[in-house]
Design a protein around this ligand. Structure first.
Ligand SMILES: *[C@@H]1O[C@H](CO)[C@@H](O)[C@H](O)[C@H]1NC(C)=O
Ligand SMILES: *[C@@H]1O[C@H](CO)[C@@H](O)[C@H](O)[C@H]1NC(C)=O
Ligand SMILES: *[C@@H]1O[C@H](CO)[C@@H](O)[C@H](O)[C@H]1NC(C)=O
Ligand SMILES: *[C@@H]1O[C@H](CO)[C@@H](O)[C@H](O)[C@H]1NC(C)=O
Ligand SMILES: *[C@@H]1O[C@H](CO)[C@@H](O)[C@H](O)[C@H]1NC(C)=O
Ligand SMILES: *[C@@H]1O[C@H](CO)[C@@H](O)[C@H](O)[C@H]1NC(C)=O
Length: 391
């Protein structure tokens, strides 16, 4: 008899605590928690504390600005400390030099989150971060990534600048004619992902054992390697890994080019890009395959469902922030609010950003306005703002 009573009391307590935890949330949230079978194997995973010690290695031209914005917002909402670079390092941790703790602003210690650009250095990060830190990064398909680097850094990186007519074809026909490994910014011209991850971008393609060992090393350190082409699926896996909510992974795409500054790729060009960036190509193939294995393990239907819920919630948020005609994509010159103008690498590429509609600015609560503003704030401005608020 007493056993039964205790059982009933336990049931009652669990129910109340479930209600308390879910009470204030939107209905999509409940649907979200009821989602995936893999979640049921940890019965209370929805109630597990959110993991908040995260290093996100922000690689170049991989949708990583969008991820950084998401992490900045998570940090602000949860009163977490974001490690930020000292002024002498700009908004990056003195990239392209290898990361050291000396590049971290002392008022941003000890950090929970690291997400600004750096060249990865595990030993130094280990000195900085709590021991339960989860490491995450993102890779992009080498063809479209290189095309993007070539266009974005066209005037910045000497290896690209000296190519006649800014022709990607000309570069790929004779890369060694233009590429100088020791020159400044040469890491944008070959195996950029490998370089950002701390590897040797100039290891010859025939050194297969190096490539294999490097892939294995990355796999040991990073719990999740996201893939830009499957960004939403990657976010769902991230949410599971960190026990975050749907609200924590909402985003607006940032730091994009206008369609007119993008170039389509032939199969031939793609092949040449992969050969020139063979270390990156091997990383990509390995981690794209492992992403899909992870999706398979969670359950493809479940991931697809969460992706759908994510997109629905996102659409709702966009409408709330930007009205029906959303999003207000603008070239930098047209953006009235200086805080929202993205950095422009050169006159030849147009990086678009967003502006807040005037009528919405008036009719919104200040809390909503803050959220909407942050969703579209470019990285340089957001980094400065975070530093001011953490000082
Ligand atoms: C963050 O800090 C503010 C002000 O100190 C506080 O009101 C809020 O509840 C905190 N939020 C969290 C999630 O701890
Ligand atoms: C992690 O750090 C905490 C507190 O600093 C310590 O108690 C714990 O033993 C450490 N765990 C590991 C696995 O080192
Ligand atoms: C550069 O473009 C000009 C004009 O389109 C063309 O005449 C010239 O042959 C091009 N040069 C190279 C090296 O492709
Ligand atoms: C390369 O970078 C170094 C260090 O930042 C700088 O002193 C040097 O002038 C740069 N060289 C060129 C050619 O821009
Ligand atoms: C990524 O892997 C999946 C599953 O193997 C495959 O279908 C897809 O084509 C790959 N994507 C790219 C861009 O290589
Ligand atoms: C704000 O103005 C735009 C165009 O001027 C309009 O499409 C949108 O519906 C308006 N939003 C609100 C909330 O009034």
């Amino acid at each position: 008899m007493w056993k039964k009573k205790i059982f009933l009391v336990i049931i009652a307590i669990s129910t109340i605590s479930l209600l308390l935890h879910h009470g204030g949330h939107l209905t999509t949230m409940d649907a979200f928690h009821l989602g995936c079978p893999a979640l049921h194997s940890h019965p209370y995973s929805g109630l597990k504390p959110k993991h908040s010690n995260v290093v996100f290695l922000k690689t170049h031209k991989t949708a990583s600005s969008t991820m950084q914005n998401l992490l900045f917002r998570f940090a602000e909402r949860n009163n977490l400390t974001v490690a930020l670079p000292i002024q002498a390092c700009g908004h990056q941790f003195c990239y392209p030099r290898s990361f050291t703790t000396h590049s971290v602003h002392q008022h941003t210690l000890p950090p929970n989150i690291v997400t600004n650009h750096m060249r990865f250095n595990k030993a130094e990060l280990k000195r900085l971060m709590p021991n339960d830190t989860i490491y995450v990064t993102i890779l992009r398909e080498p063809g479209s990534m290189f095309e993007s680097l070539f266009s974005y850094y066209n005037q910045y990186c000497q290896s690209f600048k000296r190519v006649p007519n800014g022709s990607l074809e000309a570069f790929l026909d004779e890369p060694w004619r233009y590429y100088k490994p020791e020159e400044n910014y040469s890491m944008y011209a070959r195996n950029t992902l490998t370089y950002d991850l701390g590897g040797d971008k100039d290891r010859p393609a025939k050194d297969i054992s190096y490539a294999k060992a490097f892939v294995a090393q990355v796999e040991r350190v990073f719990s999740l390697v996201m893939i830009s082409e499957y960004f939403d699926e990657s976010l769902v896996l991230l949410r599971h890994l960190l026990s975050w909510d749907l609200d924590d992974i909402l985003y607006v795409k940032l730091n994009m080019r206008t369609p007119s500054s993008k170039q389509g790729l032939t199969d031939d060009l793609r092949k040449k890009i992969r050969a020139w960036n063979s270390l990156d190509a091997q990383l990509y193939d390995h981690f794209n395959a492992s992403l899909w294995r992870q999706i398979s393990a969670v359950g493809p239907a479940c991931v697809a469902r969460e992706v759908r819920l994510l997109r629905e919630a996102q659409e709702k948020l966009m409408k709330r922030c930007f009205g029906e005609g959303m999003p207000l994509v603008r070239s930098a010159a047209e953006i009235k609010n200086k805080e929202l103008r993205p950095w422009q690498p050169s006159g030849k590429v147009d990086i678009v950003g967003y502006d807040l509609p005037v009528n919405i600015t008036q009719s919104f609560s200040s809390q909503d306005q803050e959220l909407c503003l942050r969703l579209i704030m470019p990285e340089v401005q957001y980094t400065k703002m975070l530093l001011r608020s953490q000082l």
